[in-house]
Design a protein around this ligand. Structure first.
Ligand code: TEU
Length: 512
């Protein structure tokens, strides 16, 4: 499995990456157009959020045909061409597998609704709902008039959960995974994979008793330990990661402990300011305490932008983006980059609810309105947390719609696109893209220096990360701090260096 370490994986949200037809949706040909851009950055794997056929109630995480590319994004031939074109450039395609649930428009569910002998049991039915709640708010059970029972759906009501205890369900899913492996897919991101072993009657949802057994079977019948696989599991511990990530399971799993530091009592809608002490502890736990391959992630399509959550995305935007990639980019494991991060894209900052598109955001909005919170307060929360913050179109240039589309984008572009875009960043002498490139190049060349144990310290506003060969000073505040200086500077985010001084949001890496 070690040959699957020290990789750079770039996540694309296809709907918002690049539109070549004017439909307002990004498409696969748009991704092909940008492959050289990704190659230049130093990307090894391109993870695409789901592009299979879907009514898009949850932006493709509600799949109605696992073997068909959604026509909004192109055709199966386009997808295969993407695989080949990426391969030509030495990059691999990682597919997003949504195995926990399907869309209610999937033929299996349609047949289940007709009480088909075989397919009824592909889903989970009960006469009465229990207390289980949906991740998107409200009960996890929806009543079907047709069937006269409730079905389980841990997400939206259009996403019925599959019944993994049915062997036929599992085998159908494995066949589908093998179908894509045959087409040349070389990696998988497994959506909410820890939910497949659920036991709804016992109110067990995550990492249920059969989870590890199912994972092993999936591994043995499909990707084995040859392809790069990453499981999406919220807040998994180190022990759980070992259980999941091994030659019989996955290469690695997301854990999101860094992001969860911003949540109060595990509630993502209730935000805490950054606590560098806790961040250092978390770095230390994973960097020194986990011997598997950590998945290093700052951003994805479900999270507000880390630069906007923790740093200064206004006056010190460039410095902040570089600070984050210096710290996270010098950790061992595999580095995940989410589209737009490499040019310092920020939260969307939409201030009216009609601009948002995400089902989870709407549910929350409704809930807060019912609670009687003033509109202004509600919008403040939504602005900070909504998943749409990361889902707005990629900002390519300063032309209309940020060069994303010639039509009307499915979701508005960020107003700041004339300032923040790929073209401008790449034309400037202190661009974020180039900085990312140099961190990635360093990782690839000097991974031995990254693999050494690390010490993390903080005084409350600054973090120091020390490894055998280098030391990083990162200022998370707008206060000036004093630091010892050394001669050889590996990375820094200000134009010139000032001896013994760390300015606002400055980061500097000295060779020891
Ligand atoms: O997300 C799983 C998940 O539990 C959360 O990340 C979720 O997005 C939400 O923030 C909970 O508050 C995965 C996908 O990444 C997400 O986009 C899908 O909506 C979800 O599964 C369902 O497939």
């Amino acid at each position: 499995m070690r040959d699957l370490e020290n990789k750079v994986i770039y996540q694309i949200y296809p709907k918002s990456f690049k539109d070549t037809t004017g439909s307002g949706y990004g498409d696969i040909n748009g991704i092909i157009e940008k492959l050289d851009y990704l190659k230049e950055l130093g990307v090894d794997y391109i993870w695409l959020s789901p592009c299979c056929k879907s009514p898009q109630h949850d932006n493709g995480y509600d799949i109605s045909d696992y073997r068909q590319i959604d026509e909004r994004f192109g055709t199966n031939e386009d997808y295969e061409r993407l695989i080949q074109e990426a391969k030509k450039r030495g990059m691999k395609i990682m597919m997003d597998l949504v195995l926990n649930h399907t869309s209610n428009e999937h033929i299996w569910f349609q047949k289940a609704l007709k009480k088909d002998e075989k397919y009824y049991d592909y889903y989970i039915w009960r006469d009465e709902p229990n207390e289980l709640t949906s991740m998107f708010g409200g009960s996890a059970w929806t009543y079907s008039e047709e069937v006269g029972k409730y079905y389980l759906r841990l997400f939206d009501e259009t996403q019925p959960d599959l019944n993994w205890s049915n062997e036929e369900v599992r085998n159908d899913l494995y066949d589908m995974v093998n179908y894509w492996i045959e087409k040349g897919v070389e990696g998988f991101r497994l959506d909410v994979i820890d939910l497949i072993g659920k036991e709804p009657d016992k109110l067990i949802v995550g990492k249920g008793p059969k989870f590890y057994e199912y994972l092993k079977e999936l591994n043995h019948k499909t990707f084995s330990d040859k392809l790069l696989t990453v499981g999406e599991c919220w807040c998994s511990s180190i022990e759980e990661s070992y259980k999941m990530c091994n030659p019989d399971g996955l290469t690695q799993a997301f854990h999101f402990h860094y992001q969860c530091l911003a949540h109060i009592n595990g509630d993502k809608w209730n935000r805490a300011p950054i606590n560098l002490e806790a961040l250092c502890q978390c770095f230390d736990q994973w960097e020194n305490g986990y011997t598997g391959i950590e998945a290093i992630v700052m951003n994805n399509h479900d999270l507000p932008r880390m630069i906007s959550v923790w740093l200064n995305d206004k006056e010190y935007r460039k410095e902040s983006a570089k600070l984050l990639i210096t710290l996270f980019g010098l950790l061992k494991g595999n580095l995940y980059i989410y589209q737009g991060e490499e040019i310092g894209m920020t939260n969307a900052y939409f201030n009216t609810i009609d601009k948002y598109k995400d089902v989870e955001t709407f549910n929350k909005y409704k809930e807060l309105v019912e609670k009687g919170l003033p509109e202004e307060e509600i919008m403040e929360i939504i602005q900070k947390v909504s998943r749409d913050n990361a889902r707005i179109p990629m900002q390519w240039d300063d032309s209309d719609n940020a060069g994303f589309s010639t039509g009307k984008p499915w979701i508005d572009v960020n107003e700041n696109y004339r300032e923040i875009n790929v073209k401008k960043d790449r034309n400037s002498s202190d661009g974020i893209f180039d900085y990312y490139k140099s961190i990635i190049a360093y990782r690839k060349k000097h991974y031995d220096t990254i693999e050494t144990t690390a010490t993390f310290r903080t005084d409350g506003t600054m973090i120091t990360m020390e490894k055998e060969h280098f030391i990083v000073y990162a200022n998370f505040s707008d206060k000036v701090a004093e630091i010892p200086s050394k001669e050889k500077v590996l990375f820094h985010n200000y134009k010139e260096i000032r001896e013994n001084t760390l300015r606002p949001y400055e980061v500097i890496v000295f060779e020891k």
